[in-house]
Design a protein around this ligand. Structure first.
Ligand code: G6P
Length: 369
């Protein structure tokens, strides 16, 4: 097992560090930035269905559901296709409406999640075209869907999903860009610009991973917190949800992810000097509004750990800790902002003596209801 961990103490840490490679593997043969094209056989072969889609319904569970939420922002923003994201377990039991021209995208790392599989079967029985995004090749979901694409993240052993999440987002970004360009929502020049910036993501994650020891120091300060709040807006709202889920899963600290502006409708009541609040405040993502959310937290003595774009000066003045991420398109920031949150939960869990790779009560793949 030590050999399989490749010199890392845990599979989770290894898999966090594998993300630049995993994303490059998701790109391989698909993202041809120099030629200005995105090749995806499974999308190309069904292009009429995708271009005529009235609506896309994403079904998934857990972390894959969070990737689906990022997909909603990507597909609506870049390709202007209406998207709904559903928990597979809810979708399957509420007699969902599926209209002609709707596409269902099922997202699953393992390809074996019982609720997602049942949601796919139901969608198919109602006549939907179902597209799968899976990591495990030949899995049940990969076989059950009408078409699909693999993330090619490689085996994910840690129960808490890391590289599967970022590669799912990567695939959704490729699809959104491709469809947006083909349906005329994204001009060629904009599209080419996105492709160039997208090809730089693995290198930027590599650079970002150097903050590991900085995050370890922050983890040491907050490891005994009983609660933690994660806030983000827009593209980074789902990242806030995922950050909170990671902390809950492996460190057993109660954590909640919230859209930053919703804070005033509830969570603000919880904020005092013992409450760490992780806020994602990247430059283009409704920055000014998030800054005022940060000020509201500060005035209630909350402790702020802010994820900002490099070179930020305003948040630095207010926040207790600042973690910088490299500059990129707003649409791609979830691929970067996720990394420090994964590392934060990892280090806190290690410091609390938790079983990081196999947290209590959780399974890597939930094959029963
Ligand atoms: C379990 C795992 C999670 C995962 C979820 C969905 O809860 O512990 O990490 O996100 O199932 O799994 P899937 O394989 O369908 O992505």
């Amino acid at each position: 097992e030590q050999i399989e961990k490749g010199g890392y103490d845990h599979f989770m840490l290894k898999e966090i560090h594998e993300q630049p490679q995993a994303i490059s593997d998701t790109y391989r043969g698909r993202l041809l930035a120099d030629k200005g094209i995105i090749k995806m056989g499974s999308v190309d072969n069904n292009i009429a269905k995708f271009l005529n889609a009235k609506r896309i319904i994403v079904v998934a569970c857990g972390t894959s559901w969070h990737a689906g939420l990022v997909g909603e922002y990507l597909l609506e923003d870049l390709a202007r296709i209406p998207v709904e994201v559903e928990y597979a377990s809810e979708f399957r039991y509420r007699n969902p409406i599926i209209n002609k021209g709707d596409i269902v995208i099922a997202i699953s790392q393992s390809g074996e999640t019982a609720d997602t599989l049942a949601a796919i079967k139901l969608a198919k029985s109602k006549g939907a075209f179902v597209f799968g995004i899976c990591n495990v090749v030949g899995s049940s979901i990969a076989r059950e869907t009408d078409s699909g694409a693999y993330t090619h993240a490689g085996p994910e052993i840690g129960v808490a999903s890391t590289k599967a999440f970022t590669t799912q987002i990567t695939l959704l970004a490729l699809m959104a860009l491709k469809l947006g360009n083909l349906n005329g929502e994204l001009s060629n020049s904009k599209f080419h610009d996105y492709l160039q910036k997208m090809s730089m993501i693995p290198g930027k994650i590599e650079q970002l991973l150097n903050i590991n020891s900085e995050i370890e120091k922050i983890a040491a300060i907050y490891k005994d917190a009983p609660n933690c709040l994660y806030l983000g807006r827009g593209y980074n709202f789902p990242v806030a949800l995922e950050g909170a889920l990671k902390l809950k899963e492996i460190s057993y600290i109660h954590a909640e992810g919230y859209p930053a502006a919703e804070m005033k409708h509830g969570p603000i009541a919880l904020i005092d000097e013992s409450m760490p609040v992780v806020v994602i405040a990247t430059k283009k993502g409704h920055y000014d509004k998030v800054v005022s959310n940060i000020q509201e937290i500060k005035s209630r003595n909350g402790k702020i750990i802010a994820i900002v774009t490099e070179g930020d000066t305003i948040v630095k003045e207010i926040a207790d800790h600042v973690i910088e991420i490299p500059e990129t398109e707003e649409a791609f920031t979830p691929l970067l902002t996720t990394i420090p949150l994964q590392l934060l939960s990892y280090h806190i869990a290690v410091m609390r003596g938790c079983n990081v790779d196999q947290p209590r009560n959780l399974a890597k793949s939930v094959t029963v209801e």
